[in-house]
Design a protein around this ligand. Structure first.
Ligand SMILES: Cc1cc2nc3c(=O)[nH]c(=O)nc-3n(C[C@H](O)[C@H](O)[C@H](O)COP(=O)(O)O)c2cc1C
Length: 215
């Protein structure tokens, strides 16, 4: 299985024999590329009809799941929707609360935290995180941040899961699908609610759009 954000990487993954492609759109929480999910997903489905495809990025309710299945995906890959669950034990309570409070419009695609980390992320890859004072200050000033990255690096040996995150400056990862999360619920309940709603949408929409029953 290989998660891709652009056609060049999809080509390489298929050439290497991946059994499943995960087409990830820019709506996603975490590291992602620049293409929106719908055009990228449909481009991947058209190019590789013989490869099973999962859609990732912005899926968190039955309508979004039904949309990607209708567009040709074989399933969906969820991140943000599963963060506000008791099973996500590494995710701090503050992080879960911010996801629950979010309408999904308070995120930003940025390279600021990657520059501070010093890790060599590929060109075209950034990260969708909660927007805050740090991202507002540095997202558009990458060259200056590169020069000053040492000032912001955590101390050697610091436990990234130890201290609670500071909403003003910490890297709090979630995507636009936070808009669908309205509470902390068991992961099984989240998956069941999304699947049940998608089934209902897939059943009712053909009737309302085409005037005939789903087959
Ligand atoms: C907290 C968090 C950490 C992530 N870490 C990774 C990772 O290490 N590798 C990866 O391929 N994708 C990672 N992702 C992206 C997910 O695999 C997935 O594409 C994304 O969460 C889907 O979009 P959604 O957040 O809207 O559901 C991460 C996402 C989140 C929210």
């Amino acid at each position: 299985m290989c998660q891709v954000q652009n056609y060049k990487d999809a080509e390489a993954a298929v050439a290497a024999g991946t059994d499943v492609l995960v087409a990830q759109g820019n709506e996603a929480g975490g590291h992602t590329g620049t293409m929106g999910l719908l055009p990228f997903l449909t481009g991947i489905v058209r190019r590789y009809p013989e490869v099973p495809v999962l859609a990732a990025g912005g899926i968190g309710d039955g309508r979004t799941l039904a949309a990607v299945l209708t567009a040709g995906a074989d399933g969906a890959w969820l991140g943000t929707a599963l963060l506000a669950t008791p099973e996500a034990v590494e995710v701090h309570d503050i992080h879960k609360r911010l996801i629950v409070e979010s309408y999904g419009d308070d995120t930003v695609w940025t390279r600021a935290y990657d520059i501070v980390s010093g890790l060599p992320w590929p060109i075209g890859i950034g990260e969708r995180v909660r927007r805050n004072r740090f991202t507002d200050e540095w997202s558009e000033r990458e060259a200056t941040l590169r020069d000053r990255a040492d000032e912001f690096r955590p101390a050697e040996g610091a436990d990234p899961f130890g201290a609670p995150p500071d909403p003003d400056i910490s890297e709090i990862v979630y995507g636009q699908s936070a808009s669908f999360v309205d509470g902390v619920r068991p992961a099984a309940d989240v998956v069941r609610a999304i699947s049940d709603e998608a089934e209902a949408v897939l059943d009712s929409r053909p009737r309302s759009l085409l005037g005939r029953p789903a087959t």
